[in-house]
Design a protein around this ligand. Structure first.
Ligand code: AN7
Length: 350
């Protein structure tokens, strides 16, 4: 059967005039079992990776963006705008291009990964790099929205979170029920909010029997929710979640408390370790922010948090190719060798 993206698949939950749908066939991403990571986490524990990096622009943002852009088209908007640490801008740029909308993105100068910047530019958005961080950019974008100059497609636009709920629906279908735990990185806190709403919706409709406990992880240099106060100058290698004052803060607390889960922090060192671990053990390359979910469950596993029979889903929110600079920095460089069989075999230690 032809797959036509999340709005068509979940049309019951994402109402719209079908003529206005703007899709790149996002969603329907694999839920990959990670046997070697599972063994590290604990005996009898099953870890699954939701590969959101396999969406059309390489991150989970496509799920919310297809609906936000489609709704903007339905409302006859001519222009869209967002503040972004990179992935939202990449998704907006692609969907706006397809819709024929003018597209403006505000990014923190020098703090977005190269792949994401390339995407926004190649898709033809007007990219404004500001001498400030994401939180400052979002404040300005809110004002642009209030003045009615463009439709804001950050997750303060409710259609974004409605679209992102589809990832929880898919996991419920892929597993046949909710997992015991759902782990994910937390930046602006939209995704944890959307997943929780998605699971609750499926639960209330009898589509799943249980609800997961939500485990959110912030980078320790950008951990406002863990600290209980905004962080003025957030810092982390995981630039996607370099956010000091999350827009969906209160909803994230609600997700945590209603699900009896937790929101914790992980250091950049732990993030990078997890990033390399999932690539080398289970063959999947995610971006640093995504590895916060892996780092988080590894941290919890040290304290025997999980027990046999637990099913953990980690959302790997973005693809590793988004951030080639971080990838290259953290590994041994290639070995330079002449095109000579003997020398090559020596270098290979064969
Ligand atoms: C790979 O693109 O905020 O907690 O402007 O790109 O829903 O914000 C990105 C966030 C996790 C955090 N992983 O999700 C943006 C932006 C990746 C991300 C998050 C982001 P939220």
């Amino acid at each position: 059967m032809n797959y036509n993206g999340i709005i068509v698949k979940y049309s019951k939950y994402l109402p719209i005039d079908p003529r206005c749908i703007v899709t790149l066939n996002e969603g329907n991403t694999p839920l990959l079992h990670a046997p070697r990571l599972s063994a590290l986490i604990g005996k009898g524990v099953k870890v699954y990776l939701k590969l959101e990096g396999l969406n059309p622009t390489g991150s989970f943002k496509d799920r919310g963006m297809t609906y936000a852009i489609s709704k903007a088209v339905e409302a006859k908007s001519q222009a869209v705008v967002c503040a972004s640490t990179g992935n939202t801008s990449a998704a907006q740029a692609a969907y706006a291009a397809r819709a024929g909308l003018r597209s403006y993105v505000l990014i923190p100068k020098g703090k977005i990964a190269l792949g994401k910047l390339s995407q926004a530019l190649v898709h033809g958005s007007r990219v404004l790099a500001i001498d400030g961080n994401f939180d400052e950019a979002l404040e300005i974008v809110r004002k642009i929205g209030e003045q009615g100059l463009a439709t804001v497609v950050n997750s303060i636009n409710p259609y974004r979170l409605d679209g992102q709920k589809s990832a929880a629906f898919e996991i419920a279908e892929q597993l046949g029920d909710a997992p015991t735990y759902h782990a994910l990185p937390v930046g602006n806190a939209g995704n944890i909010t959307a997943y929780w709403r998605g699971y609750k919706q499926y639960h209330s409709e009898g589509m799943i029997e249980k609800l997961p406990k939500m485990l959110g992880f912030q980078a320790s240099g950008s951990a406002p929710i863990v600290l209980g106060r905004p962080v003025k100058n957030p810092e982390t290698i995981a630039t996607a979640i370099r956010i000091g004052n999350p827009a969906s803060w209160q909803y994230a607390l609600q997700a945590r408390d209603e699900s009896k889960g937790l929101i914790d922090k992980v250091t950049d060192k732990e993030i990078l370790k997890a990033y390399h671990l999932v690539a080398s053990l289970d063959g999947y390359f995610c971006e640093p922010a995504s590895a916060a979910s892996i780092a988080g469950i590894l941290k919890l596993a040290k304290n025997k948090f999980f027990k046999s029979g637990d099913v953990i889903v980690c959302t790997l929110t973005g693809h590793g190719l988004k951030d080639p600079d971080t990838a290259i920095k953290g590994v041994k460089p290639p070995i330079f060798v002449k095109p000579d069989l003997k020398k090559i075999l020596k270098a290979m230690k064969l």
